[in-house]
Design a protein around this ligand. Sequence first.
Ligand code: DX5
Length: 235
Amino acid sequence: MTVTDAFAAPGPRIVPSVLPADFSRFGEACVELAKAGVDRLQFDVMDGRFVPNLTFGSDVIASLRSWVDLPFEAHLMIEEPDLLAPGFVKAGCELVIIHAEATRHLHRSLCVIRDAGGKAAVAINPATPVESVSNVIDLVDLVLVMTVNPGFGGQTYLTSMEPKIAQMRKLIDASGRSIDLEVDGGIGPSTIAGAAAAGANVFIAGSALFRDPLGLEHAVSDLRQRARAAGSETA
Ligand code: DX5
């Protein structure tokens, strides 16, 4: 699947967070996810400042680039993202997501990613309004509505975010641009339909994929079917 295809594939896209993966065999874990039929991989980058957790940097992602052909996206849960964002494009991430709350100058920060040759995306935490991204909607290829407070996997999905997802869908549709609406946090068999019905079309799943007793491939297929049944299509 080429990069363009992966960002414009028809129907709902299932994208794993690699956070629950076994980091001692990270490359093999990426291969297993690719074989399970995911659309791309999301790397949760945490700095211990923007969120109370610490993960990995662009060098780790660069070391994984050659293991799979899937597109990579980096979810930067870091302060001052301008400084490091270009490095994630260089490491092989086609898409780089920064948080609206993590930069004083969101418009400039998104331009830094685009100038580096990456697709730019913005994430908003549960308390951050949709309006915070309305003035930069023309700069992004994806908007991420967090359905948990970022920092850890395995948290409970915030159903209260569904009206916000619907509001974001309206903003995207009014823009006339093909922008993905991604959700992240607590996405699983019992929650994906609500997010899809509200307007999401890209679904980040971590623990729900890795804990499926029938395996990764079943988990991916099941989530995709549930999202499609709830009416999720491409943006
Ligand atoms: C939050 C992380 C998690 C992770 C997925 O900072 O971004 O949302 O990707 O976690 P699960 O799917 O286990 O809730």
